[in-house]
Ligand binder design. Structure first.
Ligand SMILES: *[C@@H]1O[C@H](CO)[C@@H](O)[C@H](O)[C@H]1NC(C)=O
Ligand SMILES: *[C@@H]1O[C@H](CO)[C@@H](O)[C@H](O)[C@H]1NC(C)=O
Length: 478
């Protein structure tokens, strides 16, 4: 999932849109309101994340200093409370994902549904906040005052921010244009970017933008995008040259290898200074392997999917030490699900990635996500190295991959038949470890798909298993 940035953010939710070739003054005003609302939502989502991160840091400092008391009860309480921090982050991520999706859409994506998503997530957010607030108040009464003041204050602000956010979403016609949005609307004396600033990446000969702060855009600017572990080279840069159209001042962005995904942030402050930040997203895969013991009573080999990665877990009956991430499958870190068709014999995983990096062509990846969408979502699907096209009515699939084959022809292939190729490789690795082809395997999906998306993914995986005459069980976490 490589993201291309569009320069204009389009917020289609909550306000009905008319398509007319010439805009009436009312429509121009509507457009302006959309931009305001869009700005407002993005700013507040960033604000929520900031507050949560800050509060969590304070609480972590506190919990590690107080854990000397050896009170098991307190430990459990903290674990529970950090879980609620995590729940908040998940809700915000989900809302951000909706916003990202809207960015590139020109048509009206189901407005009602988007509003529903937001409402659901806000309800979850508030629940977690209430839980944490209660915990903090109880603790406060235990006489541990001072260190909690800061967190309590943060949470009070957080709560009123959420209230305001909810209010504006419920009553978009009542956007408080002056007071609250003063800082987000453009006015003649606001500070704007004097250049274009960006985080981009190289693929083959091409360069693409991941996050961009456009010249003239209001400062301060801050945007965070989550990307899966990637073999590509990322850099920061800004516009320059004769007409301010070249990207100059490139600096490599270091992406740590031991991660499953990254959260990359571009910030430009009011002094026009660019900053970036990379956060690793990790998974305790050894621990997950342990959890599988309860989840998979059959002890069959398990394949886990996360973004563009897969992991294999094997429960070797002879060793009697439970599920373990398969070492030959890159252990805890897993393998990238890429296939390259630039040579007669398809290349997989790290070998496919090598040619992807070099020529950015004849490669397919992000297969699970392609499985999850219906053909309406093709225009907003970000693909690099291949394209997605709508499958014909008679086809049992929604979308097809279209890629350049080694012989110069274009080929179309369904996500599930590409998945068949990938699964075959997984089976080979499993056979090598356990000495025989497994009769059945279990599949686990780490990604949070919506219900209808998940249905499509399961259907696609099911089809791939059938082609291989393989019994596949889907493991659900509880
Ligand atoms: C800058 O703009 C001028 C006028 O439009 C054009 O002639 C020139 O080629 C441009 N230079 C670059 C480097 O794009
Ligand atoms: C993908 O679509 C773009 C734009 O239509 C086209 O230039 C490119 O050649 C296509 N790539 C493949 C692999 O079909």
């Amino acid at each position: 999932m490589l993201l291309k940035e569009t320069t204009f953010i389009f917020f289609a939710v909550f306000i009905s849109i008319t398509f007319a070739s010439i805009k009436s003054p009312e429509e121009t005003i509507k457009d302006e309101s959309k931009k305001l609302l869009n700005n407002f939502v993005n700013k507040y989502l960033e604000k929520f994340e900031g507050k949560i991160a800050e509060a969590e840091t304070y609480l972590k400092e506190y919990s590690s200093s107080s854990s000397k008391s050896d009170d098991k009860n307190d430990d459990d309480k903290f674990t529970d409370i950090f879980k609620h921090f995590n729940l908040q982050s998940l809700s915000i991520k989900s809302m951000k994902k909706v916003m990202e999706g809207l960015k590139e859409s020109i048509s009206v994506i189901d407005e009602e549904k988007t509003l529903e998503t937001f409402k659901e997530e806000i309800t979850k957010l508030k629940k977690a906040v209430t839980k944490i607030a209660k915990f903090l108040t109880d603790f406060n009464e235990d006489g541990l005052k001072e260190s909690f003041e800061k967190i309590l204050k943060l949470f009070d602000e957080h709560k009123s921010d959420i209230e305001l956010f909810e209010n504006v979403l419920e009553n978009p016609e009542k956007i408080p244009k002056q007071s609250i949005l003063a800082e987000t609307t453009s006015s003649s004396n606001s500070i704007v970017a004097t250049k274009k600033y960006m985080i981009g990446f190289k693929c083959g000969e091409g360069e693409y933008s991941l996050i961009a702060c456009e010249k003239g855009e209001e400062l301060p600017f801050k945007r965070t995008v989550q990307i899966p572990r990637t073999p590509l080279e990322y850099f920061t840069g800004y516009s320059g040259g004769e007409n301010d159209t070249e990207i100059i001042g490139r600096n490599l962005v270091k992406l740590p290898e031991e991660a499953f995904a990254y959260e990359i942030t571009l910030e430009v402050d009011t002094e026009n200074i660019l900053n970036h930040n990379v956060k690793k997203i990790l998974l305790d895969n050894s621990r997950f392997a342990k959890d599988l013991e309860k989840m998979v009573p059959s002890k069959s080999p398990v394949i886990g999917f996360m973004g563009e990665l897969s992991f294999i877990y094997i429960n070797n009956a002879k060793k009697e030490d439970g599920y373990k991430p398969l070492k030959s499958w890159n252990g805890n870190l897993g393998k990238e699900l890429y296939i390259s068709f630039d040579e007669k014999k398809p290349k997989f995983f790290e070998k496919a990635i090598e040619s992807f990096k070099l020529n950015c062509n004849s490669v397919v990846h992000n297969i699970l996500e392609a499985m999850s969408i219906n053909s309406d979502a093709i225009p907003t699907f970000k693909s690099i190295g291949y394209n997605l096209t709508a499958a014909s009515e008679s086809n049992n699939e929604e979308v097809l991959f279209e890629y350049n084959n080694f012989d110069g022809t274009k080929k179309s292939e369904s996500p599930s038949s590409l998945m068949t190729l990938l699964l075959k490789e997984h089976l080979k690795a499993i056979k090598e470890e356990i000495g025989e082809k497994p009769k059945e395997i279990s599949l686990f999906i780490f990604d949070n798909f919506k219900d209808e998306e998940k249905k499509r993914v399961l259907k696609g995986l099911e089809a791939a298993c059938q082609t291989l005459k393989l019994k596949c069980n889907f493991v659900e976490s509880d």
